[in-house]
Design a protein around this ligand. Structure first.
Ligand code: DAK
Length: 257
């Protein structure tokens, strides 16, 4: 499929999805959200693809938020409906993918951009990255899961400070607070993320998806994460990948997943 707002490439079992609206600092409009959903759904289905890396084009911005020019005229019901649809199509979709999604935060990650990075399973920032939820400066609150995921990642007090001040933080501060896993020079960002992906690719994709479901379960209302972990753990025993992993250990060779 031809995309107008993203670049979608697959190589070495990694799908790279690059949000490509550099003139708007990669701001997310409806069309971009739809294209991201299509590409992510393709990567989810594709047996060859084992890890997804999400990033922004250029050196300035990951995603500078939802496209302000597009949503400026929305009314209450449009805002509510679009938040629900966006959460389902993109943000919840990313979080619940069965394959790890790494956000390579190459610059501004603001509003919906930070919300997208927070939906990913892992975040790596370049030194120049600036992260924030400036929605209250626009008379809004984060609408793509930001009030929930930021508090989960950095704690309630820090989340409320970032949201109520609407200020951006630098990459190093994001690392200190646990908002990003690593900070690297911009020119190393891609290869660093690919390095993490290659480590994941050595491991069982079945076990990785099981681990993602188990970790996510602890953050879902009314779901007992420990119970889900027990169920997911049990299921592993019925899989070929478990047989391969344990057999390889006993045969003193590397498992072939
Ligand atoms: N939307 C649309 N265009 C944007 C944009 C954005 N979020 N961010 C930047 N741009 C555009 C600028 O308008 C400018 O376009 P031209 O004027 O050249 O046509 C171009 O990108 C370059 O930006 P600047 O000239 O401003 O570049 P600077 O280096 O001076 O500043 C900046 C960079 C990132 C500090 C600044 O651009 C900025 O403050 N951008 C806005 C950041 C922001 O407030 N983002 C939105 C957060 S609110 C919803 C659900 C969720 C949301 C909304 C609705 N519903 C379901 C309805 C979420 C909302 C948000 O994300």
């Amino acid at each position: 499929m031809a995309y107008s707002n993203i670049i979608f490439e697959k190589e070495n079992r990694i799908a790279q999805i690059i949000i490509n609206r550099p003139k708007q600092l990669n701001a997310l409009n409806k069309e971009t959200i739809a294209e991201l959903h299509t590409a992510l759904a393709d990567a989810e289905k594709d047996a060859e693809t084992r890890v997804i890396i999400l990033t922004g084009s250029g050196e300035k911005s990951f995603v500078a938020g939802a496209d302000i020019k597009e949503f400026a005229s929305y009314n209450v019901s449009e805002g509510t409906e679009l938040a629900a649809r966006g959460q389902q199509l993109l943000f919840d979709f990313v979080e619940n993918m069965s394959k790890p999604v790494i956000a390579a935060v190459n610059g501004f990650a603001l509003g919906g951009g930070l919300e997208l990075a927070m939906s990913a399973h892992i975040r790596v920032a370049s030194h120049n990255a600036r992260l924030g939820l400036p929605e209250t400066s626009l008379g809004l609150i984060p609408g793509y899961g930001g009030t929930q995921r930021l508090a989960q990642l950095v704690g309630k007090g820090r989340a409320l400070e970032m949201i109520t001040t609407a200020e951006m933080i630098k990459a190093d501060r994001a690392y200190e607070t646990g908002l990003v896993n690593h900070v690297v020079p911009q020119e190393e960002l891609k290869s660093f993320c690919e390095g993490i992906a290659q480590k994941m690719i050595k491991n069982s994709p079945m076990a990785i998806s099981s681990a993602i479901r188990s970790v996510n379960a602890g953050y879902k209302e009314g779901v007992n994460g420990f119970k889900v972990e027990i169920e997911e753990f049990g299921k592993c025993f019925g899989t070929d990948e478990f047989v391969e992993g344990t057999t390889a250990f006993m045969e003193k060779r590397k498992a072939n997943f």
